[in-house]
Ligand binder design. Sequence first.
Ligand code: NDP
Length: 329
Amino acid sequence: SRQIVLASRPHGAPTDENFRLETAALPTVQSGQILVKNEVMSVDPYMRGRMNDTKSYIPPFQIDEPLQGAAAGTVIASESEKIKVGDHVSHQLGWREFAVVDDAAATVIDVEAASASKYLGILGMPGLTAYVGLTEIAKFKQGDVVFVSGAAGAVGSAVGQIAKALGASTVIGSAGSVEKIARLKELGFDEAFNYKEGDVSESLQKAAPDGIDVYYDNVGGDHLQAAIGALRKYGRVAMCGAISQYNATEPEPGPTNLFMAVGKELNLRGFIVGNHYDLAPEFLEHAVGWLQDGTLQADETFRDGLENAPQAFIDLLGGANTGKMIVRL
Ligand code: NDP
């Protein structure tokens, strides 16, 4: 089976040389396991962190070992009592064509209800991240003015649309291209700006002259600084990610206006979606309905071929995706 291994640890932005395509023999399928032919796999920003040899909430990838991540496919052999041949499943052994998976680590998915890739995006980890960050962490309430960065991405585009669906008064998004800004308007964002075209604080001030109640942070850096400046009294921040810093080789300076959090009595709260799967059933109930009635549109950007997965990952960090970046195998 073909798989992608980590050839070396990236220093700064990852390059082709950090990855290697190789062929490995498949382990035999033991009792309680299934053999999955992967059809789609996910590349996600958090994988950049796992390529560093640092202690984090998730252990680092190992050199010369296959990478891992969300994938979905069809069961072609089964020694499981729970999952049978022909079932479709999602699991965490992506970056390879075939995977032998413990049945307890696989989830049967309904590909009639939504295509397999959706279970890696809106109906999977990124969708839940959007919902948890907005509702549980930022304590969103009706009438809030919400600002989300990384707004055209998998998480960000869901945050903006969910905020609208739940009754936000205004939703503002930032993203990195003219095309993405146009798409955000189509998705129902009230305001959207290209952060590459000007100072983020000034653009946010223009988009939200009366300030914001919630900031959903996917980016960190100058976006976080701008949001702290724009937040109203008792404003709330869901600290979801800081993608502007993932390739940094030195520690980045923090916001210089953090002290404003005192006077405004702000609540800045980080979270890891993996600790909030108790909210998955509640989210899925909403999300399936919203997808069906068109409230929620889940854009996807596709790349084809396992051999192109490293480039898809590199391009994801560079902003090539609108919505969820998916590799079709
Ligand atoms: P996206 O689909 O949003 O893809 C990443 C996007 O980041 C790119 O498309 C690019 O869009 C943007 N980007 C890259 N560099 C920069 C930069 N310097 N400044 C601003 N934007 C940049 O990925 P996800 O939706 O999967 O993830 C979004 C965020 O959520 C990430 O920070 C991720 O780590 C975080 N996350 C956190 C989780 C948690 O449990 N806390 C779980 C899942 C995701 P553009 O063209 O706009 O620059």
